[in-house]
Design a protein around this ligand. Structure first.
Ligand code: PMT
Length: 401
């Protein structure tokens, strides 16, 4: 977790039920070392008393544009100058509309206009209100004015609806603030990643696939995003939620994965092939469900294109990281693939044995590059992914310097 000491956060709270989550956010920001001042709109005070934030922030809460006492403590222009970041959380649909239109009829809106520092908003509203074209237009226009949009998340809402519009949790907003102040080792880089299995159709209802759950690849996508990369994840069919802040491209077959990757590869700085791609596909998938007839049936399989080898062979190629899933002689096979596919790095894992590799929440890697190697784990896939991304950042910097 990064250190927010000496960072001054002005937290604006508008009138939504998610205002209660901002109390926790104040606590977390202060725990991370930030100095926090809170500004509330009149509507916000209908949900939570200013005293709550005053007790948590250790400072008077600013509520009124014409509050003489507050003005003498720090007037609104001074407050706008004081902060390193103005974060409005929750930001209601009404507030976002007024902010986009440049209204200044309460203290927080005035601050948004007067603030030269970065301004971030955490939208929070009913899913239908969020989906409404006016809200979407307001958000798009705010983004075009360099307002940072953090969230919203999807899920159950206070009104009983389910959908997109929930404010991010306090801990997620803290992470956004931390990322904002320390952009990460992969900041500015485009990282393309494959994850999960592929499915090769036998007929319209059957397919050939493998045990990949996508957990390793999704953890890598998240770790790379946390290090500031702009991540495109090409994923085979998995039962995992879409990782936040990542462009997700869903595919099914190896050919579809190949097409999706090749579209993005040349524009990417780093490519990590974590998917368990079917080496073979059925030559002629049946048009209709195959009927049970003979005692034995033969399927003619043909080789799929190797996605990683194709990316690595591009003239304008990204830094290429492969995986090797082996059940024996891990090092020998991994080094073979490193060389044959002309890779910058390869992460080898032993699969098919006790509690790691496919499906598991744990993994252990031996990472090789042309003149070095490093063991990663055993640890949770989240931790393994973090360490792998650190290593990728290190090797990428070496390779490009
Ligand atoms: O998804 P999980 O359940 O979390 O499991 C994680 C994992 C075990 C799948 C993962 O850690 C892993 O090892 N992924 C690579 C699996 C694999 O297919 O390895 P391979 O040794 O067969 O392939 C070598 C490399 O070539 C891999 O980077 C693979 O993505 C790539 N490849 C293979 C065939 C092909 N047609 N195209 C490819 O890009």
């Amino acid at each position: 977790m990064s250190d927010l000491s000496n960072k001054k956060i002005l937290l604006g709270i508008t009138g939504g039920i998610a205002a209660y989550k901002s109390a926790e956010l104040v606590r977390l920001l202060i725990k991370a070392g930030a100095e926090v001042r809170v500004v509330m709109t009149p509507a916000a005070q209908e949900f939570v008393q200013p005293l709550t934030y005053q007790a948590l922030s250790g400072h008077r809460v600013y509520v009124d544009l014409f509050d003489a006492e507050a003005e003498s403590a720090m007037d609104h222009i001074e407050l706008a100058r004081w902060c390193d970041l103005l974060l409005v959380a929750p930001a209601t649909a009404d507030f976002l509309g007024k902010m986009n239109a440049g209204y200044a009829d309460n203290l927080l809106l005035t601050l948004c206009l007067a603030c030269k520092q970065p301004v971030a908003v955490a939208p929070a509203m009913n899913q239908q209100m969020y989906a409404n074209a006016s809200t979407q237009q307001n958000l798009a226009q705010l983004a075009a004015k360099n307002v940072l949009l953090w969230g919203p998340a999807e899920g159950e809402q206070a009104c009983g609806d389910v959908g997109q519009g929930r404010m991010l949790e306090a801990v997620q907003l803290l992470q956004e603030v931390e990322r904002h102040f320390s952009p990460g080792r992969l900041a500015g880089l485009r990282l393309l990643l494959t994850a999960g299995p592929t499915r090769e159709a036998i007929d319209p209802v059957r397919y050939i696939s493998n045990r990949s759950s996508g957990k390793m690849g999704y953890a890598i996508a998240d770790a790379a995003r946390r290090q500031g990369a702009s991540v495109t994840l090409v994923s085979g069919p998995v039962a995992l939620p879409a990782p936040q802040g990542v462009k997700l491209v869903n595919v099914e077959s190896a050919q579809q994965m190949y097409d999706a990757v090749m579209q993005e590869a040349e524009a990417s700085d780093v490519f990590i092939a974590c998917a368990a791609v079917s080496d073979y596909r059925v030559d002629q998938a049946a048009e209709h469900k195959m009927k049970k007839s003979a005692d034995t049936v033969s399927l003619q399989l043909v080789l799929n294109a190797d996605i990683l080898a194709a990316v690595s062979a591009l003239e304008k190629r990204p830094f290429c990281v492969g995986f090797a899933a082996e059940t024996r002689d891990v090092e020998k096979y991994a080094l073979g693939k490193l060389q044959q596919k002309n890779l910058d790095m390869i992460a080898a894992n032993l699969v098919g044995e006790g509690g790691q590799g496919f499906e598991s929440d744990f993994n252990q890697l031996e990472v090789f590059w042309p003149d070095g190697r490093q063991a990663v784990g055993p640890a949770s896939k989240t931790e393994v992914a973090k360490q792998l991304i650190d290593l990728v950042a290190e090797r990428y910097t070496c390779a490009r310097s």
